[in-house]
Design a protein around this ligand. Sequence first.
Ligand SMILES: Nc1nc2c(ncn2[C@@H]2O[C@H](COP(=O)(O)OP(=O)(O)O)[C@@H](O)[C@H]2O)c(=O)[nH]1
Ligand SMILES: [Mg+2]
Length: 246
Amino acid sequence: MYPLVVIPTYNEADNITPISEALFALGIPELQVLIVDDESPDGTGRIADALAPRYKGRFHVLHRTGPRGLGRAYVEGFRWALDHDADPIIQMDCDFSHSPAYIPQFLEHIKEYDVVVGSRYVAGGRTDERWGWGRWLLSWWANSVYTRLILGCRVKDVTAGFKCWRRSALEGIDLSRIRSQGYVFQVEMAYVAERLGYRILEIPIYFEDRRIGCSKMTMSVKIEAALRVWEVRRRHRHLRPSDRLR
Ligand SMILES: Nc1nc2c(ncn2[C@@H]2O[C@H](COP(=O)(O)OP(=O)(O)O)[C@@H](O)[C@H]2O)c(=O)[nH]1
Ligand SMILES: [Mg+2]
């Protein structure tokens, strides 16, 4: 067993090398990294392949083909993690919005919890200082009011993408239940984990905007994700702790 960081990538050519360096610079013994690339046109996948020999068996690359999507990339990455004895499993973006500096805290808390969430919306959590009021309010409302009210979730940052999972939680969730193709994957995983009664801890993080490259989260993607929250609710609201896979 070893901690594994899973990073989905789409056009992250300028971030992939620095994020890998930052992760291994943490000096966490046995830490491994899995990149799940969706045929990025900018060559991220090729850069990742070239990095692998540098980290001697601790850096892995999955090349997905077919329709791309954040949700599909994560499900494939998590399946790989379960097949390769990883525990715990950390998920994060490639763009430094999720600072690797929080990972030691995740690894500490996961000893007591099933899921640790890097949260923007608990006391001490923050979003980028450059966000104006309007943007902060929209994000907070979409996340902490709209999505949480529909789902009746306790988790405050229900769209968070920076999380640490105990292997047993990912096994119990049963990844074949998870259907999201895109960003609503984060919401679906948080909701299913909560319905199944897993112990969830939110720790505050500072979420900084990406410095390099561009977000794939366009307004139409956001609207689609917001509508799909209803689908997530319909699909999983009957779940109980007894529905864990094992
Ligand atoms: N494999 C894969 N990764 C993706 C896809 N879309 C986004 N990502 C990655 O998911 C992470 C979050 O995406 P980003 O565009 O930064 O979203 P934002 O932080 O919400 O603006 C980044 O590491 C992206 O490269 C996709 O379709 N496939
Ligand atoms: Mg980002």
